[in-house]
Design a protein around this ligand. Structure first.
Ligand code: FES
Length: 115
């Protein structure tokens, strides 16, 4: 499976955030990992994680409406691809972090960059 995320997987530490049952298909989970707000999506059985901070004005982008893999920030409507963090529309012009996700033994792991 191709992963679009922003980070080199050799430079992240995978942290268990939930069991697969806790993020059913179509749901999302909001968590803080090392004080970084992160939102994890289950889209048709695939998991994606992005920073829950909009690059436009720090809005809670993870709370926005999801259309396919595109999410719209609820604050001013900028769109991002949850697979890659790539910005898709104004008013944001900068990508947001997208973290690699793995499922191991029924647990969802999010790869956070090693500082
Ligand atoms: S804070 Fe997200 S579009 Fe402005």
């Amino acid at each position: 499976m191709y992963n679009y995320n922003t980070f080199d997987e050799s430079k992240v530490e995978f942290i268990a955030v939930a069991t697969v049952d806790e993020i059913p298909n179509g749901e999302r989970l909001f968590i803080d990992i090392d004080r970084q707000p992160v939102v994890v999506f289950n889209i048709a059985g695939q998991y994606f994680a992005i920073a829950d901070v909009c690059s436009h004005d720090d809005g809670p982008v993870g709370e926005g409406e999801l259309h396919g893999y595109e999410i719209n920030c609820p604050r001013h409507g900028a769109a991002f691809d949850v697979r890659s963090g790539k910005v898709l529309s104004l008013p944001a012009i900068v990508d947001i972090p997208a973290y690699p996700v793995r499922v191991v033994d029924g647990e969802v792991l999010v790869g956070m960059p090693i500082e």
